[in-house]
Write a protein of this length. Structure first.
Length: 368
């Protein structure tokens, strides 16, 4: 059948007639659901008639053929009507039918972001079945799959698909917790006798939704400053207009010790972080995010694979696939990621390229 949101003016009459035809011949609701699903999966009107022939008499089959020929989209609309019937029946049968949340949820959840819908299911446990019955996941899934050109299975597990299909997320900042063992020069401290110290720093990638021109942009930053300080800077920048003012050669290069911030004032730290933050362009191809950003040293290219690490989460991890620097007239400089086949560091004394894990941000929840 046609897409269910076709607005042909004749459809309500054909829709009512087809359902009425089934009801007139005493076809129960469960069988109607089965028939409509079978009709929607048929490739031709003849196949649809073959499906109905086992449930309608000859005159009913003839009438159904006329309706299907006059409006091929009626089956899709009937599926919508049956969905609304299930929602309405749930409201009627619910033991707390007077609960005002029920009336609001029927239409209000359509306008909530995904976080809001999920919180609603937590807020009122008795409404959780309604949360799964409502037709709120299919349109979200189709929009998402349509944008990223991802396959969408034609079944009723819309919610499960929405949370299982891997794709970039815009509702937070991906953070990689890096570190390496720094050797201490003998005699450098009169009190600390350690021969080495573990130095920690972080890498940040924030992926943005497409701008008004359809361009996918990102912010990339590497620094040892406190996480909350860095996040406040990243959340305040717009990659369409931001330009890193500090030369890349003056920034922390892969493998080098990050610049200490303990002697800088908060405003100076934020100003330095802003000057180091780079604006990038990215694409999502075959499950991988390809980022590119220019610098005075050349073009940096990052390839990150979208993964699901935690069973209670989804698309929350970006794992390094490749990292390189390209310059005009020169062969690309490929950085060694230092990971084994299981994704663990090959050298326990340094971990410069751990996976990024999403740090969700309340102000970005509407992008999920």
């Amino acid at each position: 059948g046609s897409h269910p949101h076709n607005s042909d003016a004749s459809r309500p009459y054909a829709m009512a007639a087809l359902l009425a035809l089934l009801k007139d011949h005493h076809v129960d609701n469960e069988t109607v659901d089965f028939l409509l699903e079978a009709l929607s999966n048929s490739d031709s009107i003849d196949e649809q008639i073959d499906v109905l022939a086992g449930f309608l008499p000859e005159d009913g089959v003839h009438e159904a053929r006329i309706q299907l020929q006059e409006d091929p989209g009626t089956v899709a609309v009937c599926l919508e009507v049956q969905q609304k019937r299930r929602e309405h029946q749930f409201l009627l049968d619910h033991p707390n039918a007077e609960n005002p949340l029920l009336g609001w949820a029927k239409d209000g959840l359509q306008f909530c972001d995904t976080y809001g819908v999920t919180r609603f299911s937590w807020l009122c446990k008795e409404l959780r079945p309604f949360y799964f019955i409502l037709d709120i996941w299919e349109p979200r899934l189709r929009r998402m799959c349509g944008y990223w050109s991802l396959p969408c299975q034609e079944d009723d597990k819309w919610r499960e698909q929405y949370f299982s299909i891997l794709r970039p997320r815009w509702d937070g900042v991906y953070i990689g917790h890096c570190g390496y063992m720094h050797k201490v020069r003998p005699g450098a401290s009169m009190t600390d006798k350690r021969m080495s110290i573990w130095i920690s720093y972080r890498r940040y990638v924030r992926l943005f939704p497409p701008d008004e021109d359809g361009v996918l942009r990102a912010l990339v930053l590497q620094d040892a400053a406190p996480k909350d300080v860095v996040l406040s800077v990243i959340m305040s920048l717009d990659p369409r207009y931001h330009i890193a003012t500090l030369s890349q050669s003056a920034m922390t290069n892969p493998g080098n010790r990050p610049v200490a911030k303990d002697k800088l004032q908060p405003k100076e730290v934020k100003a330095q972080l802003t000057s180091k933050c780079c604006s990038a362009i990215y694409q999502f191809v075959d499950g991988e995010v390809h980022l590119n950003y220019p610098s005075d040293m050349g073009d940096f290219n990052l390839t990150l694979k979208v993964e699901r690490y935690d069973a209670s989460n989804f698309s929350e991890q970006l794992a390094w696939t490749s990292y390189s620097l390209t310059k005009d007239g020169e062969d690309p400089q490929v950085f060694e990621l230092g990971r084994n086949e299981w994704g663990k560091p090959t050298n326990p004394s340094c971990d410069h390229f751990p996976p990024f894990v999403l740090n969700s941000q309340r102000s970005l929840e509407h992008f999920l």
